[in-house]
Design a protein around this ligand. Structure first.
Ligand code: SAM
Length: 215
């Protein structure tokens, strides 16, 4: 693969303008698209506490915060540039907390606190081992029966993917993204105490929205 990037950690210009770049490359379709998924597919309700793992610039947190108020959205990220931008963009929201944290580290201080957890376009960027750690962390911070929502690439036969998708994965994505395309997401989730309870695919089955319930 020709991509020098080694992980999903985003810094510098790309981090400061992450939302704007995504809007531009999708011809301003992405904002409406992800808003519809978060509002129509998730079962997020008033009073819920939500964890977003890899919060980025805070786009998803801003969508969910008014829905859960007086519940809170806690957005975790590791990139200083992303965190700075997320703090700026969520300043007017009293129920969003942006926190610097490596989501592979212990999250026991939030044990049993969240009704749901969310990861958007981030899960693919971890090694299979670290995905297991993240499943365990999410399981621990969720209340009984809590949900873990993942929006990410779908599993597929990469050799049969359309050329524009291969271009995205090969030239712009971190190398772990290609491995994720053949990752057994429901099977690995099951090993870590989650049942896949919903799945929808989008954009010619290239992307998936998956819901996991803590069992
Ligand atoms: C592709 S961006 C997606 C951002 C956001 N979820 C969105 O949809 O707008 C992935 C995010 O995960 C963060 N990230 C990567 N590794 C992380 C880690 N170990 N702990 C916390 N955040 C991490 C990156 O800094 C980046 O902000």
């Amino acid at each position: 693969m020709g991509n020098p990037k080694v992980s999903v950690v985003i810094t510098g210009f790309e981090a400061r303008f992450y939302d704007e770049i995504l809007d531009l490359v999708t011809l301003f379709q992405y904002g409406r698209f992800i808003r519809r998924i978060l509002l129509e597919e998730t079962e997020v309700r008033r009073g819920y506490n939500i964890a977003e793992l890899g919060v980025g610039n805070g786009r998803n947190a801003r969508i969910l915060a008014p829905v859960v108020d007086p519940g809170i959205v806690v957005g975790f990220d590791i990139s200083e540039d992303m965190l700075k931008r997320a703090r700026e963009k969520t300043r007017g929201y009293g129920n969003i907390r942006i926190e610097k944290r490596d989501i592979r580290d212990d999250m026991g201080d939030y044990e049993d606190f969240f009704h749901a957890a969310l990861m958007v376009l981030a899960f693919h960027g971890f090694t299979p081992e670290h995905r297991g750690v993240i499943f365990d962390n999410v399981r621990r911070i969720l209340k009984p029966g809590g949900k873990f929502y993942i929006f990410d690439y779908n599993q597929m036969d990469y050799s049969r993917a359309p050329f524009y998708f291969k271009l995205l994965i090969d030239k712009f994505e971190c190398p772990l993204a290609e491995e994720f395309l053949s990752y057994d997401l429901p099977g690995e989730a099951r090993k870590h105490g989650f049942a896949m309870t919903k799945k929808r695919t989008y954009v010619k089955d290239l992307f998936q929205y998956a819901e996991f319930t803590k069992v």
